[in-house]
Design a binder for this molecule. Structure first.
Ligand code: LLP
Length: 432
């Protein structure tokens, strides 16, 4: 099936070697499952490609916004990756899980003074500074705290990654970073170099997510290396680190495009070393910030079917016990997924229906026009595949629905990584 951690045996869906129907019965639904070996495999794929092809010191940084919980920072740390963190919440989670904070990169376009102080206090390795106000605030607060902080500067290279608008961030009119094209980026470098409590080490860009086009990162690298050469010319300053952000696309359904990540890393890394020689700059060490491609296919979501509504002459609905609260991606981006009826996985498909959730909202669609067995009904288990990225991390308590647990599966064995939210959890901040 879609990935090598998915198989069908005796009519049941197996994930990471475990029977999903049994797991649904054991832990209840809705349920996020995560395949620990798959996460590790993906980390190693990045690490070995960067070790083999990129300049010394290059490394991958897991963009933890894709899926952030204590246990994942432990896995990432064990695999030797850095972590991209975007809020005090992610920083706190990483630190609490024992993540080495000198390998954390703090991103974001609007860090408050409080965030800055907290991140400095936690010993975050790098700030990825987004704008002039942040440079001022970070310099001031670092000074008050008697620290000198290493930074990267986020710039927009003016690259269109040909993906959907909500995740396209490298264009000149983006809310993120400072634009090279307008001359603001070189001004920001000047400002960064003038701050006595900041140590500028590199420049950063992130062009977008779900990138399949193999030359997107090469085009971004071309602009960024040109900018590094300009920095050298104007200020005589050698940029040490080039961070090209995240964005590799993943396959959500059969027939969707694919990108060979190690081959692309090789292409980008070779381009960077050749171009650096041509431009007369030192080859910068490379950072990549994969989020989705580390965790997406390491996750699936299980639901129990409740009602099956057949509106004769119109359409059909299969309702499950989760919905846009645990997976808002169809509602937000019309994102496509592969759906399998886990306990009838090799039954012929005889009913086309929208897979919908339990929220009081018509937009609560997990996936439209899904094929189900004709006899699908209450109590059946439905699996949505490739939900490891941007599902748990974007889940909400809309309609006061508790968030599902995350159960880790490793070599066929399971353990709870995040407990199911209880009704009491929902009340914990309410003054009654
Ligand atoms: N680095 C930066 C600075 C980012 O903003 C992002 C994603 C990444 C790395 C990781 O990109 P990835 O490898 O995961 O594509 N909620 C949307 C995705 C938003 C991506 C935001 N930034 C979705 O569900 O599709």
């Amino acid at each position: 099936m879609l990935y090598d951690n998915i198989e069908i045996k005796d009519g049941r869906l197996f994930f990471a070697g475990a029977d999903t129907v049994k797991l649904a019965a054991e832990y209840g639904t809705p349920l996020y499952l995560m395949d620990e070996n798959k996460i590790r495999e993906k980390c190693r794929e990045y690490k070995s490609a960067l070790d083999a092809y990129a300049s010394d010191g290059s490394c991958a940084i897991y963009a933890s916004k894709a899926c952030s919980f204590g246990g994942i920072y432990r896995i990432i740390a064990e695999e030797g990756l850095g972590a991209d963190v975007v809020s005090a919440g992610e920083i706190f989670t990483a630190k609490s899980a024992g993540f080495p904070m000198e390998k954390a990169y703090f991103q974001g376009n609007n860090k408050t003074d409080e965030d800055i102080r907290f991140a400095l206090d936690c010993g975050v390795g790098y700030f990825v500074c987004d704008n002039f106000e942040e440079l001022d605030a970070l310099d001031r607060i670092a000074g008050e705290m008697g620290k000198v902080q290493r930074i990267l500067l986020r710039v927009t290279p003016g690259i269109d990654p040909h993906t959907y608008d909500e995740v396209s961030t490298g264009k000149v009119d983006s809310k993120f970073g400072v634009a090279i094209e307008t001359g603001q980026a070189i001004e920001a470098v000047k400002a960064a170099l003038s701050k006595k409590n900041l140590l500028l080490e590199g420049i950063h860009c992130h062009v977008g997510s779900m990138v399949f086009d193999s030359d997107v990162f090469v085009r971004a690298a071309a602009v960024m290396l040109g900018f590094i050469a300009e920095i050298k010319k104007v200020f005589g300053f050698e940029v040490k680190i080039l961070d090209l952000g995240g964005g590799y696309g993943v396959k959500y359904y059969e027939g969707q495009g694919e990108i060979d990540i190690p081959a692309n890393i090789r292409q980008v890394a070779e381009y960077i070393s050749e171009k650096s020689v041509e431009l007369g700059i030192k080859t910068p060490s490379l950072r990549l910030e994969p989020g989705r491609s580390i965790v997406a296919d390491a996750g699936i979501t299980l639901y129990s079917v409740g009602s099956v509504k057949k509106i004769t002459g119109y359409k059909n609905y299969v309702s499950v016990d989760g919905g846009m609260t645990d997976n808002p991606r169809y509602a937000l981006y019309e994102a496509r997924y592969t759906v399998v009826t886990a306990n009838k996985a090799d039954s012929p498909l005889g009913l086309t229906a929208d897979l919908v959730g339990r929220c009081c909202e018509s937009g609560d669609i997990i996936q439209p026009s899904v094929g189900f067995p004709a006899d699908i009904g209450r109590g059946d288990t439905v699996a949505v595949l490739t939900t490891g990225a941007y599902n748990y991390s974007m889940a909400s308590n809309y309609n006061r629905i508790p968030r599902p647990p995350i159960v880790m599966v490793k070599d066929g064995k399971s353990s709870v990584a995040v407990r199911r939210e209880s009704l009491e959890d929902l009340l914990k901040n309410d003054i009654l």
